[in-house]
Design a protein around this ligand. Structure first.
Ligand code: ZN
Length: 255
C-alpha cells in the first residue's frame, strides 16, 4: 500500500463523514473497498498534464481527434456517454486500441445530484456495462456531468463501482466554441504540472485547436498522460502519513 493510497483513503473517509476510528479500522483490515474521492488535479514532481475529452464518442470529431493525438504521440482520457457508445462502438474500440483511457460519464448526461438513487445508479451501471460489452474492460474513473455529485453518491460510487471521481483544474469553456487564440490562452495560462484539462470531443473547434494546444503545452515542457497515469505520478508533498504527521502544524507565533 503506498502513501498515495493512504492519503486517498483518509481523504475519502473524511469526505464521507466517517470517524477517525473507522479510518484506522479500514486501513488495518484492508478488506473494505477504497472509498471514492474527488480529484481535480494532483501534486506531482513530473511535468505532466492529463487532457480529458467529455461527451463523446462522436462519429466524426472523435476519429479526427484520435488522428491528431496519434500524430503527436499523445495519450488522453475520454469520459464517454453510454448512449453515444451504443451508437459509435467502433470509435470506442479505436480509443481503447490506441492506448487512451476511458471513463464513465453517465448514460444520458443528467445531473446525478438531482436524481433518486435508483436512477443515478442505472446511469452509471448501464454505461459501465456498454463499455465492458464494447471493449471488454470496465472503466476505473467517472466524471459526473457538470461536476455535480453529492458526498453520499461519491461514497457509494467508491464502494460499489470502485471508481475514482475525476473533475478538472483547467476549464477553457471549449463547449462555448471560443475563438482559437482565446481557447489556447485559457489553457496555456492555467495548465501546470498535475493539471487535468477539461475539453469536449463533440466540437469541431476543439478538435481543430488541438495541434496548437498540444504543441504549445509541449513548448512549456509538459507531456501528456492519462488520468490514471497522472494519479499514479502523485508525489505526496510531505513524508509519512502517520497519525502525528496528519495533525496540522502548531501555529507559529510571529513576533
Ligand atoms: Zn459532459
Amino acid at each position: 500500500m503506498n502513501l498515495g493510497f493512504l492519503r486517498f483513503c483518509a481523504a475519502g473517509a473524511l469526505l464521507a463523514g466517517l470517524s477517525p476510528f473507522f479510518i484506522g479500522n479500514t486501513l488495518a483490515q484492508e478488506t473494505a473497498p477504497s472509498p471514492s474521492v474527488e480529484v481535480s488535479s494532483v501534486t506531482t514532481r513530473e511535468r505532466v498534464v492529463a487532457l480529458t475529452f467529455d461527451d463523446g464518442p462522436h462519429a466524426t470529431f472523435t476519429p479526427r481527434l484520435l488522428d491528431v493525438l496519434k500524430a503527436h504521440g499523445v495519450k488522453a482520457t475520454f469520459f464517454v456517454i453510454g448512449m453515444n457508445v451504443e451508437q459509435n462502438p467502433d470509435v470506442l474500440r479505436r480509443i481503447a486500441a490506441e492506448g487512451h483511457e476511458i471513463g464513465n460519464h453517465t448514460w444520458s448526461h443528467p445531473n446525478l445530484a438531482k436524481l433518486p438513487e435508483e436512477a443515478w445508479r442505472a446511469q452509471l451501471q448501464q454505461t459501465n456495462d456498454v463499455i465492458v460489452r464494447t471493449i471488454g474492460a470496465p472503466p476505473r474513473i467517472v466524471r459526473p456531468p457538470y461536476g455535480d455529485i453529492t458526498p453520499e453518491q461519491e461514497e457509494n460510487i467508491g464502494r460499489d463501482f470502485h471508481y475514482r471521481v475525476v473533475l478538472w483544474s483547467v476549464d477553457p469553456d471549449d463547449w462555448m466554441e471560443p475563438l482559437r487564440p482565446i481557447l489556447l490562452r485559457r489553457v496555456f495560462t492555467h495548465a501546470e504540472p498535475g493539471s487535468i484539462v477539461l475539453l469536449h470531443d463533440i466540437h469541431a473547434s476543439t478538435v481543430d485547436a488541438m495541434p496548437a494546444l498540444i504543441e504549445g503545452l509541449q513548448k512549456r515542457g509538459l507531456r501528456f498522460v492519462t488520468v490514471s497515469e497522472l494519479l499514479a505520478l502523485e508525489s505526496p508533498p510531505q513524508p509519512p502519513a502517520t497519525a502525528a504527521a496528519a495533525q496540522p502544524p502548531p501555529q507559529r507565533v510571529v513576533p
